[in-house]
Design a protein around this ligand. Structure first.
Ligand code: NAD
Length: 235
């Protein structure tokens, strides 16, 4: 961990790349580990354009359940530490696969949401913005009567261009990429960390089958807290 602190201090551009494991300590289940969503509902069957178009009640129920479960969730100290590192010039971008908005809530300013956001809503037909309340109440679009949806990227949809471009370009120039809480199984986002010529660091509870310069097996929050303490010691 001391080496990670040294890498961060020496880096002129550091990107943090996060996945669902970054948010489990805030109380949001991830997708693939034992307590994850996959065991109860397979998101591939509902987080799809087909479900939105052909089985809207199921789509609506799934996202209403996810949105309600996020309402009382707060960022944890790991999110706060990353926001603090950005203020100190130690982190330049957080590229996240998460849709929960917790990095921004913790104060990170430079965040790219590669899989969109569950906190933004729009009409599938005319793209007019909508509110969470309108969605939860089951209302149609106030402009055209179309179906409301979250701005989460559904299976089969392209990633938001701007988020992809910004993440791609920053990672390519990065001296250090810190990957936190992701199985890296979702394509194409999972390929991004390896576009860097810099040092790659993984912080994850389980093994991930990729080559990193440093692998730390552990929880996101306590690992970030420990690295944060070490940053004080590193010259
Ligand atoms: P994933 O579920 O495939 O993998 C999560 C990884 O995080 C696992 O390897 C797990 O061992 C690890 N992990 C769990 N808790 C951890 C902790 N406390 N500290 C460190 N590591 C921990 O998630 P993924 O790779 O992000 O891909 C799943 C997709 O699901 C993503 O596209 C994401 O958009 C979406 N998703 C988002 C959220 C969210 O926004 N919070 C939640 C679930 C799923």
């Amino acid at each position: 961990m001391f080496q990670v602190a040294e890498y961060i201090k020496a880096s002129s551009k550091t990107v943090v790349f996060t996945g669902a494991g970054m948010s489990t300590e805030s109380g949001i289940p991830d997708f693939r580990s034992r307590s994850g969503w996959w065991k109860q509902v397979d998101p591939r069957t509902v987080a799809t354009i087909e479900a939105l178009e052909q089985d809207y009640p199921l789509f609506h129920e799934f996202y209403s359940m996810r949105m309600r479960s996020l309402q009382k969730i707060k960022p944890h100290d790991g999110h706060n530490i990353l926001a603090e590192w950005e203020k100190r010039g130690l982190v330049h971008l957080v590229a996240t696969q998460n849709v929960d908005g917790l990095h921004q809530e913790a104060g990170s300013q430079h965040v790219e949401e590669l899989h969109g956001s569950i906190k933004q809503l729009k009409c599938q037909q005319c793209e007019k913005e909508a509110t969470t309340d309108e969605f939860l109440e089951g209302k149609p679009c106030s402009h055209c009567g179309g179906k409301l949806r979250t701005c989460v990227v559904l299976f089969g949809e392209a990633l938001p261009q701007q988020a992809w471009k910004q993440s791609f370009e920053t990672i390519k120039e990065a001296d250090v990429v810190i990957v936190i809480g992701t199985s890296l199984e979702v394509y194409p986002a999972g390929e991004l960390p390896f576009l860097s010529n810099g040092k790659t660091i993984l912080i994850n509870l389980e093994e991930v089958e990729n080559d990193f310069d440093v692998t730390i097996t552990g929880k996101a929050k306590e690992t970030l807290q420990r690295i944060n303490e070490l940053l004080v010691i590193v010259e």
